[in-house]
Design a protein around this ligand. Structure first.
Ligand code: MEV
Length: 318
């Protein structure tokens, strides 16, 4: 028997970092996915392979350790943690295909975690709901990263464009933003755990300054929710730019991100900001009229991608 599940990456429009402190946020699933296949192993080893990431490893699910045949994937820690929680240690083969760029701020770790858990539950006939899956995936992210919000795993599980309320309730938008978004990748991997910790340190050192900034990010997400419901694209762009200023003040910006953000605006983007944890990773630019011009301008330095929001969340099939 073979179990297969896939889950999408995500992009955050509003609320990265502030969502860790329970402020509302808005994020959408993108049309890039991680797919995990699980089947019984042909020998006594549990093997994890990914052609896309060019690695192969033998996993020890009891000790939560692994030995690599080749490659150096950070993503293994998420898979091992998921297996240690829900697998009975019988030898299996896990095949991972993924077209979400790793460390790009597009939620590759959440997508891999959600797809691994869904394939594993299917393999063991463990019943699950989207709610329970998102929660289990969040627990894996928490274990691996130390501090995290449930945003990435919720979006990867449910799909679509989601407003995550202060009470951590995912609310799907009935309309999508009918516009083009461009993602620009920097040359540096974003380390989410490290960036979340840096923000916490700043917040602990300057609570009177940082707490209102984080709260303001929540106000922005709420304004943006109304603007999206009214399809007021220029307001969405303006709010993205304000959000970027606040992200910069939290210390998660870099000169490379900043340069791309301003290049996007100069070339017609209505709004542009970091998406994800920053410190590297990516920017997102709202480009209703001229995505190619923005892509070309950014591409002098970096890679770009036109994205579409995807309504599909986690999908399983036997
Ligand atoms: C990372 O994609 C988003 C952060 O807000 C961290 C989190 O929500 O877990 C930076």
């Amino acid at each position: 028997m073979e179990s297969v599940a896939s889950a999408p990456g995500k992009t955050i429009l509003f609320g990265e970092h502030s969502v860790v402190y329970s402020e509302p946020a808005i994020a959408g699933a993108v049309n890039k996915r991680a797919t995990v296949k699980i089947r019984r192993s042909r020998n006594q080893n549990t093997i994890l392979k990914s052609k896309d990431l060019n690695f192969e490893a033998i996993l020890d699910t009891r000790k939560e350790s692994y030995s690599l045949k080749h490659g150096k994937p950070g993503i293994i820690r998420y898979i091992l943690n998921a297996l240690s929680k829900f697998h009975d240690h019988t030898p299996i083969e896990i095949l991972l295909s993924i077209n979400i760029p790793i460390g790009s701020g597009l939620g590759s770790s959440a997508a891999v975690t959600v797809a691994t858990l869904a394939a594993l539950f299917d393999y063991h006939d463990i019943p699950f709901t989207k709610e329970s899956l998102a929660q289990d995936a969040y627990n894996v992210e928490l274990d691996v990263q130390g501090m995290a919000s449930p945003l990435d795993t919720i979006v990867s599980t449910y799909g679509g464009l989601i407003y995550l309320s202060r009470e951590k309730k995912p609310i799907s938008f009935t309309n999508h933003i009918n516009s083009n978004f461009v993602i620009g990748f920097t040359t540096k991997y974003g380390n989410t755990g490290k960036m979340v910790k840096n923000v916490k340190n700043l917040k602990d050192a300057y609570p009177n300054i940082i707490n209102p900034i984080i709260e303001d990010m929540g106000f922005i997400a709420n304004e943006a929710r109304i603007a999206i419901l009214k399809n007021d694209i220029s307001k969405v762009g303006e709010l993205m730019n304000i959000n970027q200023g606040l992200l910069d003040s939290l210390g998660v910006n870099t000169s490379e991100l900043s340069r791309m953000i301003y290049l996007a605006r100069k070339n017609g983007a209505l709004g542009s900001k970091i998406t994800g944890s920053g410190g590297g990773g990516s920017i997102i630019a709202l480009c209703p009229h001229n995505p190619d011009k923005v892509m070309k301008a950014i591409n002098r330095y970096d890679n770009t991608l036109k994205i579409k929001f995807s309504k599909d969340g986690v999908l399983t099939k036997d």
